[in-house]
Design a binder for this molecule. Structure first.
Ligand SMILES: Nc1ncnc2c1ncn2[C@@H]1O[C@H](COP(=O)(O)OP(=O)(O)OP(=O)(O)O)[C@@H](O)[C@H]1O
Length: 396
C-alpha cells in the first residue's frame, strides 16, 4: 500500500534527514517508526502526504508515485493525526470532526451524522461532547477527536505523528488500547511515529527502528526485542527487553496449568477428596453455567481430621474476580498477579469458559517458549539463506 524506494531527503541547509530509505507497509498493516529525536521519522511521514518532497527516490501510494497525485486529492485519502491535534478552536467538536466530509462537499446532515458515528467509535458520546468546543475537552478527549477527524472520510491510510505524546501515561495507555480496538475494526494502513519503544512494541504489527536517517531493523515486535539486529537496536530497546517482551507474548492454551475444578453445588467432602487425589491444596470453583466463581482451599484443619467439610462447596468457596482472556499478554497476566496479590490467574475463552490457570512458573515457561521459538526462527532463516547461497544446509 505504501512503499519507499531509495528515498533520501536533504534539507536546503544540507541536513540529511532521511538517507536511502526502503520501507514497505502492507494494506491493513500498522507500522511504527521509532527512534530518538531528530532521526527523520517525521520527515519520512511527511513525504507520504507531500508536506515534504523527497530529494531522491520515490514514495508509492497504491502503486503510484505520490508525486503524480494531486496533493489536495492525496491528502483527502490520507488521514493525518499529529500531537498538537490542530482542532479549530471556534468550531464545535462535531464540526471539527466533519471537516473533511465538508471539504468533500457532503450534505451537511450526512457529514454530521458521519461525524457523530466516528465520535462514538472513538469513545466520545456525540450527544454529550458533540456541541462542546475543543477547550472544553481534556487532552485525551482532544486526541480522540483528532483520530475521529482523521478517519472521517474513511481514508485507506492513516499517518499518525506522536498522536498520544501530549497526555499523561495513564490516559496514553487507555488511548493506545482504544486505538488497537479501533484498528482491529477499521483495519487502516497506518504509519505511526513515536519515540517510545514501549508504544512502538505495543501497537506495531512491525516496527522500524530508526538510527540516523536510516532503518536499523524492520521486523515484528517480538523479533526486535528477542533478536536485535545490532548493538544500536539492542541499546535502543533497552536492557529490560525481556520484560518488554512480556507485552508482546500472548497467553496460549499450552501455557495453562490444570488445577482440580469443582462446582458450587458439589458436596465439599467430595471436592476435598478430589483435591487430595490430585495432590492439590486448592481447586477452581465454577458456577452452574461453568463461569468462574473463585476458588476453594482444602479446609485448614482438615489434615488433622477436625475441619468442617460439610455442605456444598458454595459454603466454603472464595471469590476470585481476576481473570484474563486467552491471547492477553503475559505482561497483563503478570500485572494482574501483582494487583490481586494472586498466585494464579484464571484464563477464559471468548465465551467466558474456564480454560486453565496461569501461575508465575507457567508464565516463566511461556516467556521461554517465545524466546526459543524466535531463536529457532532465526536459525531457520540462516539455514534458508545458506541454502539459497548454495552452502550446505546446517544440521543442528
Ligand atoms: N525544514 C527543515 N530544514 C532543515 N532541517 C530540518 C527541517 N525539518 C527537519 N530538519 C532536520 O531533519 C532531521 C530529522 O527531523 P525529523 O523531524 O524528521 O526527526 P524526528 O525523528 O521526527 O524527530 P522528533 O522525534 O524530534 O520529532 C533533524 O535533524 C531536523 O533538525
Amino acid at each position: 500500500m505504501l512503499r519507499f524506494e531509495h528515498v533520501t531527503k536533504r534539507y536546503p541547509d544540507g541536513t540529511v534527514a532521511v538517507d536511502d530509505l526502503n520501507l514497505e507497509v502492507a494494506e491493513g498493516e500498522l507500522v511504527t517508526l521509532v527512534g530518538p529525536s531528530g532521526c527523520g521519522k517525521t520527515t519520512t511521514m511527511r513525504m507520504v502526504n507531500r508536506l515534504e518532497e523527497p530529494t531522491e527516490g520515490r514514495v508509492l501510494f497504491d502503486g503510484k508515485d505520490v508525486a503524480e497525485h494531486d496533493p489536495v486529492q492525496l491528502r483527502r485519502r490520507i488521514g493525518y493525526v499529529i500531537q498538537q491535534v490542530g482542532l479549530f478552536p471556534h468550531r464545535t467538536v462535531l464540526d471539527n470532526t466533519a471537516t473533511v466530509p465538508h471539504l468533500l462537499g457532503w450534505r451537511k446532515a450526512k457529514a454530521r451524522q458521519r461525524a457523530a458515528e466516528l465520535l462514538d467509535l472513538v469513545g466520545l458520546d456525540p450527544a454529550v461532547h458533540g456541541d462542546r468546543y475543543p477547550n472544553q475537552l481534556s487532552g485525551g478527549q482532544r486526541q480522540r477527536v483528532g483520530v475521529a477527524r482523521a478517519l472521517a472520510a474513511d481514508p485507506p491510510v492513516l499517518l499518525m505523528d506522536e498522536p498520544f505524546g501530549a497526555v499523561d501515561p495513564v490516559v496514553r495507555e487507555r488511548l493506545q488500547s482504544e486505538f488497537l480496538r479501533l484498528q482491529a475494526e477499521v483495519r487502516k494502513t497506518v504509519l505511526f511515529v513515536t519515540h517510545d519503544i514501549e508504544e512502538a512494541v505495543r501497537l506495531g504489527d512491525r516496527i522500524a527502528v530508526y538510527g540516523q536517517g536510516r532503518i536499523e531493523q524492520f521486523d515484528s515486535p517480538a523479533a526486535v526485542l528477542g533478536a536485535p539486529a545490532n548493538d544500536y537496536v539492542a541499546s535502543f530497546v533497552g536492557s529490560d527487553r525481556g520484560l518488554k517482551r512480556l507485552s508482546v507474548t500472548p497467553v496460549e492454551k499450552g501455557d495453562l496449568e490444570q488445577p482440580p475444578v469443582v462446582h458450587l453445588a458439589d458436596p465439599m467432602a467430595r471436592a476435598v477428596a478430589r483435591m487430595r487425589a490430585e495432590g492439590a491444596r486448592w481447586a477452581v470453583v465454577l458456577d452452574e453455567s461453568d463461569g468462574l466463581h473463585g476458588w476453594v482451599p482444602i479446609p485448614e484443619d482438615e489434615e488433622r481430621g477436625a475441619a468442617d467439610a460439610s455442605g456444598p462447596v458454595a459454603g466454603h468457596a472464595r471469590r476470585m474476580e481476576a481473570w484474563l482472556p486467552l491471547g492477553a499478554s503475559l505482561k497483563k497476566a503478570f500485572s494482574m498477579m501483582l494487583q490481586y496479590d494472586a498466585g494464579w490467574i484464571a484464563v477464559l475463552d471468548e465465551e467466558d469458559r474456564f480454560l486453565g490457570v496461569l501461575t508465575p512458573s507457567s508464565l516463566h515457561e511461556a516467556l521461554r517458549r517465545s524466546i526459543d521459538a524466535d531463536a529457532q526462527d532465526i536459525s531457520r532463516a540462516e539455514v534458508e539463506l545458506d541454502s539459497a547461497l548454495g552452502a550446505p544446509a546446517r544440521t543442528r
